[in-house]
Design a protein around this ligand. Sequence first.
Ligand SMILES: *[C@@H]1O[C@H](CO)[C@@H](O)[C@H](O)[C@H]1NC(C)=O
Length: 301
Amino acid sequence: MRFHSLLLGIAALGSMASGAAIVAREEKKSAPPEPPSTKYFHEPGRNDLTGHYDVRYFKEVVEYDERLDTLTHLAKAWLQTTAKEGIETWIAHGTLLGWWWSGNILPWDWDLDVQMSANTLTMIGEKYNMTRHHYTSEDGTVQREYLLDVNPWIWQRVRGDGNNIIDARWVDVRNGLYIDITGIAETNPETPGILNCKNYHRYKPEDIWPLRDTMFEGVPAKIPYNFDEILMKEYKAKALVVTEYEGHRWNTHTKTWDRAPEVPAGRQGESLLKTVREPEKYSTVESGGFFYNAFRLLHWW
Ligand SMILES: *[C@@H]1O[C@H](CO)[C@@H](O)[C@H](O)[C@H]1NC(C)=O
């Protein structure tokens, strides 16, 4: 009897041990090698040429003129649609820099940037997600269709794994070029009154509001109240005075960035340093040139 229960005990221990081993093996076998990516928006590639298209509508890298035409109408349509629907938004980042120079997009840009408050973002997520918007240009010659796509990760207002820092996109469904839409919100209880996007750009509410009315690409638009400080912080003074950049030269007469093939292209920042002109090289003060813009800058301060 005693011997029998001992045997049973050993058998039970043995089966427990082997059972545990099997469970462990099975867990190991069934565990996926990598967790699936959380990324919501997808692009066909990661470089300058392929990283700025929505993969669902991408066919090929578009030529210079088509890119500019696409971005111009993307901007006009966004501004008109949001004004009509009462969606508060303002231009940001490189698009704001383009406004500062000429009231237009920077012709070397690949995409455009706008911002909104996190509350507005939540609202468009509920009311406008996946809506399509038809657009006809003022002269009636251009017809386009745009998709407003809102990232489900908008509820997460911190950077997280970095895959979803873009909150929404306004996409040209002909070729996949888009406007990036990001929200700003208070996220850190230790720094009340500081708004930030998921990519760590920080603003005070009084830097943004009351928004200023202006024109962009010939259409009524809004910009942050302290646009000059915001630009200085993000791009440094050089971006506001350099007149040769990314294969373009600032035309002081027409106040436009003209194509200049002899101006080296390169990554932003690097080429800015390479092509920045030193003030002493200028012998005359030209309107719209270095001194003009340096003056504008001081004036705004
Ligand atoms: C928007 O719609 C897409 C497609 O149905 C969905 O995957 C996504 O989660 C939606 N976004 C929001 C904010 O609900």
